[in-house]
Design a protein around this ligand. Sequence first.
Ligand SMILES: C[S@@+](CC[C@H](N)C(=O)[O-])C[C@H]1O[C@@H](n2cnc3c(N)ncnc32)[C@H](O)[C@@H]1O
Length: 273
Amino acid sequence: MTSYIRLNKANWDERAPLHAASKEYDLSSFINDPEHISEVVRFDRPLLGDISGRRGIHLQCHIGTDTISLARLGAAMTGLDFSPASIAQARLLSEKCGTQAQFIESEVYSALQAAEPSSFDFVYTGIGALCWLPDIDQWARIVSGLLRPGGRLFIREAHPILWSLDESRQDALVVRYPYFEQKEPMIWDDETTYVDTDGRRIQSTVTHEWNHGLGEIFTALLNHRMEIAFFHEHDCVPWEALPGQMVLENEQWRLAADRHRLPLAYTLQAVKL
Ligand SMILES: C[S@@+](CC[C@H](N)C(=O)[O-])C[C@H]1O[C@@H](n2cnc3c(N)ncnc32)[C@H](O)[C@@H]1O
């Protein structure tokens, strides 16, 4: 197994139960309220359009909260993730919620073998997904291969300019990491995750990640017969990406001072020709 897959999978397998138990993912609201949808999908809803009756696949679905939310909006959903612990949590949650969603354990780059090609009305992905993939061109090939002609990609993702900033600086926006895709990964060593784990630490701490510039993402989609239908930049993200420099407003984190300096995320829709 390629080393980045082994390392990243081990890391996500440890995170999955911690996330499922966290107040941030709030699984009890999904179980207790059949109309509850995730904060991520609530944000996406105005741009998502009507997905009821549509066949969707959620790439890198993690513990299934967004997949189940999309199912609750009426879509026939499949969630896909390479982490067995994430898929196990997603199936358990789906069962407790009485959702019809399916969950497949697969690496993104093997999705055309794991799910039916050219069969989906939409591919949904986002918020902390692309940074785990080394090759954006091959990702676009998979997305395009999953969609039927006329089907669309919906992605909301952290902006590559945000990924290039030094998150340890509290006094200024400082570029530290590559904006463009590099062959070599950025190597992180971190025993924490983005939710409160009550002091519990991760043992598989090393991960490999990549950035992908906007031009590279657009070019990859165009190369694989995807037409850009919509692109919108946001001044907010759903987690405190730059600690000490952000404020929380309406479930979103924005730059505390002069928020118009920089986009922090984007929504992109592309249609398969
Ligand atoms: C940040 S999470 C996605 C978060 C999602 N927005 C959420 O909060 O539910 C990233 C997910 O990508 C998955 N992942 C990372 N690399 C992958 C790969 N190569 N193939 C499939 N899944 C992958 C991880 O297992 C993890 O569940």
